[in-house]
Design a protein around this ligand. Structure first.
Ligand code: GTQ
Length: 347
C-alpha cells in the first residue's frame, strides 16, 4: 500500500524512470509493506447454514459428481472477492454428496480437513483407509494422500472442507493428480487408524512421526463428552470457555503441518473476555447458538453456521445456550515460522 502524500515532479519523474527498470522506492512503500500491526483484507463475515444449504441442494440437482469431481460451494470472504479464500490463508467450502454418489480419487499438495455438518452415511478414504463420518466428526486428509469420498447412506451428506490452498499457492508449490480409477483400492480395514491411535495410547513402533497425524477421524461424541466433563471439573477459560485442540497423537502437535483445529464449549450464559491472535480463524457452530462481536461487528450464529474472525481482530463470544464451536486456522504454520502472537483481554 503506497503512503499517500504529494510527490514532487522531480521525484515522480525519478519513480517513473526506475519503474521502467523494474525498480521501486522502498521509502514510498515502507509503512504498507512492513505494517505496525496486521491489516487483514479479509473481513468479519457470517454464513447461515440455512442460506448455504438450499444452494448446495440445487447444485445436487444440477450436476453430478462425475461432472463436478467435487460438488462444493466455495465459501469466500467478501473482503477477498474471487480469491477462493475465507481468511488470508485458508480455503473453505461446503461439500455435498447425494445418496449413492462417489467423489473420485485424487491427491494434491494442499492438505484438507472435514467437519461433518449433516448426514451420517458417508465415508472418506485416505490412502486406502475408509473412515465413516458422522455429524461433528473432524477428519483429516494430509498432503499428497490419495482420497475419495462416498455416500452409502439414504440421505444427503454435507461437510465443511478446509484446505491450506492459499499457503501452497503462495509458495507456488501446488501439484495434483487424478487416480486412474474412481476409488483408490482399500489397503487397510475401515477405521483402522482410529483403532490404533484413537485411545490415548500409542502402538509400539519405530520410525519418526510423519508430518501429519496418523489418526484420520476425531469423533464428535468423544470430544463432546470430554468438553462436558472438563466443564464440570473446571476451570473455564475467560477467553475460550473450555477448549480442546485436535492433536497428532505421536507429537502432541497440530494435526497437520499448516493447520490447527479446535473444539470449544461455551456454556449457556458464558461471555468471553476479548481475545485476538494473528491466525485469522474460521468458526463452524457444531451445537447451540449465541453471538460473537468481531472487530465491532455483531454476528448472531446458530447450528452449522460459519463465521470468520480475521487476523488480530478482537473477538468476544456469548452463548445463549450451551454452544460448541469448531474452528481452524493457520496457527500451526505461524507457530513453526515463529510469528504467531495472541493477546488476551483488551491490553
Ligand atoms: O474433497 O478433495 O473443497 O480437492 C476443494 C478441493 C474439496 C476434496 C475441496 C478438494 C476437495
Amino acid at each position: 500500500m503506497p503512503d499517500t502524500h504529494a510527490v514532487s515532479a522531480e521525484r515522480q519523474a525519478y519513480y517513473d524512470a526506475i519503474a521502467t527498470q523494474d525498480l521501486a522506492p522502498l521509502w514510498e512503500r515502507m509503512k504498507g509493506l512492513v505494517a505496525n500491526s496486521p491489516r487483514p483484507k479479509s473481513v468479519p463475515a457470517h454464513w447461515r447454514y440455512g442460506a448455504i444449504r438450499p444452494h448446495l441442494m440445487k447444485a445436487g440437482e444440477m450436476l453430478t459428481t462425475e461432472e463436478a469431481e467435487r460438488r462444493v460451494l466455495i465459501i469466500e470472504n467478501p473482503g477477498l472477492p474471487g480469491q477462493s479464500r475465507i481468511t488470508g490463508s485458508m480455503y473453505a467450502g461446503a461439500q455435498l454428496l447425494m445418496p449413492g454418489e462417489r467423489a473420485r480419487a485424487h491427491r494434491h499438495t494442499a492438505c484438507a480437513l472435514r467437519f461433518i455438518l449433516e448426514g451420517d452415511g458417508a465415508y472418506t478414504a485416505v490412502d486406502g483407509e475408509r473412515t465413516n463420518m458422522k455429524p461433528g466428526d473432524f477428519v483429516i486428509t494430509p498432503s499428497w494422500t490419495w482420497h475419495d469420498h462416498g455416500n452409502d447412506g439414504a440421505a444427503p451428506v454435507v461437510w465443511l472442507d478446509g484446505l491450506d490452498i492459499a499457503i501452497v499457492n503462495m509458495f507456488d508449490a501446488s501439484f495434483s493428480e487424478e487416480y486412474a480409477e474412481e476409488v483408490f483400492p482399500p489397503t487397510r480395514p475401515v477405521n483402522d487408524s482410529e483403532i490404533r491411535y484413537g485411545g490415548a495410547m500409542m502402538p509400539e513402533q519405530t520410525g519418526a512421526a510423519g508430518a501429519a497425524s496418523p489418526l484420520l477421524n476425531y469423533r464428535w461424541e468423544r470430544a463432546r463428552e470430554t468438553l462436558d466433563a472438563m466443564l464440570r471439573n473446571g476451570p473455564v477459560d475467560a477467553c475460550h470457555g473450555v477448549k480442546l485442540h485436535y492433536t497428532n497423537p505421536r507429537t502432541g502437535g497440530p494435526v497437520m503441518p499448516t493447520i490447527n483445529a479446535s473444539l470449544q464449549l461455551l456454556p449457556k450464559g458464558f461471555r468471553s473476555t476479548s481475545y485476538r491472535s494473528t491466525d485469522g480463524t474460521v468458526f463452524c457452530v457444531g451445537e447451540g447458538s449465541g453471538h460473537s462481536v468481531v472487530g465491532g461487528t455483531r454476528i448472531d450464529w446458530g447450528h452449522n453456521d460459519l463465521f470468520v474472525v480475521p487476523s488480530w481482530m478482537p473477538v468476544e463470544h456469548e452463548a445463549s445456550e450451551d454452544a460448541v464451536l469448531f474452528s481452524f486456522s493457520d496457527r500451526a504454520a505461524q507457530e513453526k515460522l515463529g510469528i504467531w502472537r495472541q493477546r488476551r483481554g483488551n491490553a
